[in-house]
Design a protein around this ligand. Sequence first.
Ligand SMILES: [Zn+2]
Ligand SMILES: [Zn+2]
Length: 203
Amino acid sequence: MASYETEHAADAPQSNQTRRPDMSSLYSLISEITPERPEQRTRQHAVPVPGDVSAAFRGLAEAFQVMQRDNENADSDLLQELISNLLSTAERPPTEVKGVDEEYIAKLERVNIKKVKKDAECPICGNEFSEDLYPLLVRLPCHETHVFDLECIRPWLLLNGTCPLDRVDLAKKERERKQKQLEEIKKNAAPEDEEEEWDGLYG
Ligand SMILES: [Zn+2]
Ligand SMILES: [Zn+2]
């Protein structure tokens, strides 16, 4: 009987069409430079090294270029634009990476493959979602039609935090939401101030 590994190795050529470049080393680099989880960095409390930031942006550009080269569906102007964008950021790396964190990615709305049009495709890799053996789709909160393969949009969002289609700055919105939440908590934790206000009203 074939083992799990050999079975899957035998499957590999058929799933070539939707195969994406291996991004595991890119993800560990991204976790080094994103500001949200400083405790996960090996160099704790350090501002990200500009060279690391450059390498991450260049790494994703290269992964997208591999996609562009090996996948005939990945010939969109959008993908080309994302690559140019990543390369120019790599040239002039920002001091802080303003993407979203993994927690945000984990909370993105998952979309059932049965709920999208039969021929709907991922705007990044150009593959039809239905061609994927194990489709894992997410919808961005900016627009109901902005649906992507999770693994295509994840690295982009971690680094840039924007929707590639309409450039809505999701990371900024999330930072604002968290800030507001923090202010709410502070407000609720200071009942004395509120009492004074009430006294003023009825006094
Ligand atoms: Zn995709
Ligand atoms: Zn969008």
